[in-house]
Design a protein around this ligand. Structure first.
Ligand code: MG
Length: 353
């Protein structure tokens, strides 16, 4: 197991799995003495764990920082269960090239993409008409743009159906998460953006659907429970019993609606970024990471997040992404640009908190 730093939950897991080797990115936290013999530190130590013989790696790093571990896993020919969507967004073509070269399997864990993977099993590419990603719509579904300018981090963090980390919850509130997922789906399944659609489905029961050329549609249906896609990535092509409650259709009301592209312009921006290509998706992601952090720190308003991303993407000319170093360079340039954009914004609350 690997983590950024030593936390109480990591210590608890480590004690529960006495055989597990543990790699920690940061060397700043003191380690409990009973674990010290199994601990290694640093980025290289985590990459080494990911490259061990015949392991399945679940990459759940948040942000573009997860790319190096996706590449280390795939270069070693190991199966990658990918919960780090930024790997595909920032470097989808590179990740696929590395996976193809080593023959490694890449199984998505993002719930929508796991659903698509399951709907597509056994289906030839030529029978796919479109991929339809479902979106919960986030906490601000039905609100207007003007209404959302000044919502607080606490309001934006209150997601109606999924319990997730801070960054992805804010991304769900802006629909940038769905934009990232459109880019991710494009690279995972090799389907052009014009055939990847988004529909808002507030109940989060249908996790995504595939439309086929004969008009039939397959949907993946179940509880919004991340244990299901995580387990699928571990057991594929087999299935195993899951400890969750059995799912029942009786009594359910499922609704679907078009996304509000005016209130949530971050979604259309993802399509624009895909058509710009090269490093543009990496810039979209990096600018979002910076803007969301600034929003959570109270430095910009909710309504500033997507304009910061848009201006950053506009200011960064797309460049080729052929190596890890290319991605790092594009990511760094976009972060600098986004920070400059943020510095030009009048801070809410006079800059306090
Ligand atoms: Mg998702």
């Amino acid at each position: 197991m690997a983590a950024r730093s030593i936390s109480t939950s990591l210590i608890e897991l480590a004690r529960g799995w006495p055989q597990a080797a543990i790699a920690v990115e940061s060397e700043e936290t003191p380690a409990p003495t009973d674990l010290s013999g199994r601990l290694s530190f640093g980025v290289a130590a985590i990459s080494e764990l990911a490259a061990r013989d015949d392991v399945t790696v679940v990459n759940a790093v948040v942000g573009a920082a997860g790319l190096r571990y996706s590449l280390a896993t795939l270069e070693a020919g190991n199966r990658l269960g990918l919960a780090n969507k930024e790997s595909m967004v920032a470097a989808g073509a590179l990740v696929q090239r590395v996976a193809t070269a080593s023959g490694a399997e890449l199984i998505p864990i993002d719930s929508e993409h796991s659903a698509l993977h399951q709907c597509l099993a056994g289906e030839p590419r030529s029978s796919i008409a479109s991929l339809i990603l479902t979106a919960s719509g986030g906490p601000f579904r039905g609100r207007s743009k003007a209404d959302l300018t000044d919502v607080t981090p606490a309001e934006a963090l209150d997601h109606p159906t999924w319990k997730m980390g801070g960054r992805i919850t804010i991304d769900s509130a802006t629909l940038v998460n769905k934009g990232l997922e459109v880019i991710e789906a494009h690279h995972l399944f090799g389907i052009e953006a014009s055939r990847i659609k988004v529909v808002v489905h507030p109940q989060s029961i249908v996790h995504s659907t595939v439309q086929f050329v004969d008009g039939a549609m397959k949907a993946h249906i179940g509880h919004p429970d991340m244990r299901v896609p995580i387990q699928y990535a571990l057991t594929y092509p087999d299935r195993a019993t899951n400890p969750g409650d059995p799912f029942s259709l009786a009594g359910l009301t499922l609704t679907f609606e078009e996304p509000d592209r005016t209130t949530f312009p971050g979604l259309d921006l993802a399509y624009e970024v895909l058509s710009r290509g090269q490093s543009a998706p990496a810039a979209y992601n990096a600018a979002d990471e910076v803007a969301v952090a600034a929003f959570l720190e109270g430095r910009i308003r909710f309504g500033d997040i997507v304009p910061v991303i848009e201006r950053t993407v506009g200011a960064c000319d797309p460049s080729p992404v052929d190596s890890f170093e290319d991605v790092v360079a594009a990511d760094r340039a976009a972060r600098l640009t986004a920070r400059r954009e943020i510095d030009t914004i009048d801070r809410p609350n006079g800059g306090v908190g």
